[in-house]
Design a protein around this ligand. Structure first.
Ligand SMILES: NC(=O)c1ccc[n+]([C@@H]2O[C@H](COP(=O)([O-])OP(=O)(O)OC[C@H]3O[C@@H](n4cnc5c(N)ncnc54)[C@H](O)[C@@H]3O)[C@@H](O)[C@H]2O)c1
Length: 248
């Protein structure tokens, strides 16, 4: 029987210093994986890496050079990369008509170009190995329009969804799987953006979720680990939603 575990697999997680990425790093480690964590937050990233006996690399996902260095560092330490979680991301609340070109470009560089660069950099390694699983973190904002309030973010998360499908088709013949994960409202530091909406923002978010609650990062991590593991060996090119029926 195929194991849920990640025994011996090397998993590379961007944006792993906090939030969902850090939670995924801890779960991967507990299931036997060797973990590489990258982030622009050095102290927090190093602390998580120490906790999981992994490798931390300071790495801005918008830089192709830093992708190359981070992949080299992972290969130097562990010799292979079995899983990639393109998790790093940023979010801001603005409708289209208030969004400046700089704001749009900056967010797109991180949320969209960062995923493209990551799939290319780690794709080279996985294609040579003839195996691997990539999990690209999109959002429920990549499944519909986000109520007109997070225009640039919504565009970037649709791009992640589309890139994942195309990459899955390109990589399929070579044993490399690619899927996108679409979280709903998850309790991480990213939600601090909503405080601008006033004191009742948390209740407003919860009211829109049929299950009546936001999610913990661990509830996304379980899905990500499934996609990284051999249990999902025939899953590729698809969207996996974890949203308490928010987008049902
Ligand atoms: N929290 C939610 O409700 C929610 C919902 C749907 C999707 N997501 C997505 O989940 C992913 C993880 O977010 P989170 O909720 O853990 O938020 P978070 O803000 O806690 O974590 C995001 C991490 O990405 C890192 N990061 C940002 N820019 C970077 C860059 N240029 N290079 C490298 N790292 C960078 C940050 O330093 C941070 O550690 C993101 O892609 C986010 O868009 C979050």
């Amino acid at each position: 029987m195929t194991e849920r575990g990640l025994d011996g697999k090397v998993i590379f997680i961007t944006g792993g210093a906090r939030g969902q990425g850090a939670t995924e790093a801890r779960l991967c480690h507990s299931l036997g994986a060797k973990v590489v964590i990258t982030d622009v937050l050095v102290e927090q990233g190093q602390a998580v890496a120490d906790e999981v006996d992994g490798l931390f690399v300071r790495h801005d996902v918008t830089s192709p050079e830093q992708w190359s260095d981070a992949v080299d560092a992972a290969l130097d330490r562990f010799g292979r990369i079995d899983g990639l979680v393109n998790n790093a991301g940023v979010f801001f609340i603005k409708p289209m008509m208030d969004t400046t070109l700089d704001e749009y470009r900056n967010l797109t560089e991180i949320n969209q170009t960062g995923v493209f660069l990551g799939m290319q950099a780690v794709g080279r390694v996985m294609l040579e190995q003839g195996s691997g699983s990539m999990v690209n973190i999109s959002s429920i904002a990549g499944l519909g329009g986000a109520g007109g309030f997070a225009f640039a973010y919504t565009a970037s998360k649709w791009a992640v969804r589309g890139m994942s499908k195309s990459a899955a088709i390109e990589f399929g013949p070579h044993g490399v799987r690619v899927n996108s994960v679409h979280p709903g409202i998850i309790e991480t530091p990213m939600l601090e953006q909503f405080t601008a909406l006033g004191d009742s923002w948390h209740q407003t978010l919860r009211d829109a979720i049929p299950m009546g609650r936001t999610a913990q990062a661990s509830e996304v991590a379980e899905l990500v680990v499934f996609l990284l593991s051999d249990l999902s060996s025939y899953c590729s090119g698809h969207e996996f939603v974890v949203d308490g029926a928010r987008n049902a």
